[in-house]
Design a protein around this ligand. Structure first.
Ligand SMILES: *Cc1c(COP(=O)(O)O)cnc(C)c1O
Length: 421
């Protein structure tokens, strides 16, 4: 075998190819050069022929200058934390792109004066939750809790049930978050049962507020008791309720999931939630409640450190104004059997099986959503991940759960499976 390594084209030669030159305009030189070096290395290793280096470098180019890759979520987990929680609606994506330029986010085009930042996103949340006297938006729900503790309980106590000392995920715990502000926790009740009396005995002049946290990622069943929001509202101190999932109104499929409207009507002073769970929007922390309390929170110096950028504001408003975002569609629509059949027919050797989708990502634990999945041999799972399709391995099969795949992505899903066959 002759050594063909000296035939491998040099980096500058490859980069001069018009297609790669165009890619440099779009993606920047470092990204394109990385792909060229990878192709040259494959040629050096004898994996490809030297004359294929340019093609290989083109094929190896990423979609964009970010190395984050778009993924099809076929796991059946509607809000998948590791896959970025809620995918945005097309309307929200368009709004993001618009907001990426120069905008009037803090400017009034009519008067030429400074205007309130985020006013239209706040207005959209007011319209979605008319029971809220005030609305505020920060970086995420954790940031709302942080700000609330800093404003309402500096050097004071936060009264919370032992059944609600929740770890959110990745080692982050709400109790640690709260005490990091210097507030102290006054734990009441037991893991399984907490009574109104427990709260009453704990409330003193040292109390900053009472916090009720929705156990959004686990279920305690059996001999249990907790205290409804309406009973806690009468304790004479501010009542803050962390509902977690961002449901704004009751949902028929999620009877145990608290929603902002109901909790406000039960007289909570503040309700906190995430924007990127069941609301289906961008990462954000949503705060609803008494206008004066929210005004105080907004004016705290730390509020500036927790504020959201214009991209989030635009995507949030567009999520609320636009058609149902993907998470809401997946929740409200069962998989059409004809859709599953149309996919299965094109994938030789696949089967349709009944499947169970779940909400995931800190919402409605225990709720099971009927679904249909395309079932393939287990070894497809690894190959499909390389094609940016994430399925679920169950009982020795690779399942592609269609409840979390947007129908617009069916063709991409089929193409990815066919490429693995
Ligand atoms: C998800 C969740 C949080 C954390 O929200 P982030 O928006 O991820 O900061 C806090 N509390 C509850 C009850 C949750 O479900």
């Amino acid at each position: 075998m002759t050594d063909r390594r000296r035939d491998i084209p040099g980096t500058d030669t490859v980069l001069a190819d018009p297609r790669l030159a165009k890619a440099i305009e779009l993606l920047g030189r470092p990204v394109v050069k990385k792909s060229v070096l990878a192709a040259q290395n494959r040629a050096r290793a004898g994996e490809i022929e030297p004359e294929h280096v340019i093609e290989e470098a083109i094929v190896g180019l990423p979609y964009s200058a970010t190395s984050m890759q778009p993924v099809i979520n076929a796991t059946g987990v509607l809000v998948h934390t590791n896959l970025g929680r809620a995918p945005l609606s097309q309307t929200a994506r368009d709004a993001l792109l618009l907001a990426a330029g120069t905008t009037d986010v803090e400017f009034d085009l009519a008067t030429g004066q400074r205007a309130k930042r985020g006013r239209s996103a706040i207005q959209a949340l007011h319209e979605a939750v008319p029971d809220a006297g005030g609305v505020h938006i920060v970086n995420n729900n954790a940031a709302v809790l942080l700000l609330t503790a800093m404003v309402l309980a500096p050097g004071k106590e936060i009264v919370i049930s032992r059944g609600e000392l929740v770890e959110i995920g990745d080692g982050f715990r709400i109790p640690d978050l709260l005490t990091s502000t210097g507030a102290r926790l006054r734990e009441v009740g037991t893991t399984n049962r907490t009574s109104l009396r427990d709260y009453q005995d704990a409330v003193t002049d040292q109390t900053g507020f009472v916090l009720k946290v929705h156990p959004s990622n686990f279920v305690i069943s059996g001999f249990t008791a907790d205290v409804p929001v309406s009973a806690l509202a009468g304790l004479g101190v501010p009542l803050v309720v962390d509902i977690g999932s961002g449901l704004l109104h009751p949902h028929p499929l999620l009877p145990d999931e608290p929603d902002a409207t109901t909790v406000l009507r039960a007289k909570a002073n503040l309700v906190t939630a995430s924007g990127d769970k069941l609301m289906g929007g961008p990462q954000a922390g949503l705060l609803f409640g008494d206008a004066d309390l929210i005004g105080t929170l907004r004016r705290h110096p730390a509020a500036r450190a927790l504020r959201v950028d214009k991209l989030t504001l635009a995507a949030l408003e567009a999520t609320l104004h636009g058609p149902p975002p993907p998470v809401v569609s997946a929740l409200d629509t069962e998989v059409d059997v004809r859709r599953a059949q149309a996919i299965q027919l094109r994938l030789a050797g696949s089967e349709i099986v009944e499947s169970t989708a779940v909400i995931g990502g800190g919402g409605a634990p225990g709720v099971e959503l009927p679904s249909l999945a395309i079932s393939l041999p287990e070894h497809f799972a690894d190959k499909l991940r390389a094609s940016r399709v994430v399925g679920r391995v169950e009982r020795g099969r690779c399942l592609l759960d269609l409840r979390t795949v947007a129908p617009e992505d069916d063709e991409k899903l089929i193409a990815a499976v066919l490429a693995c066959m």
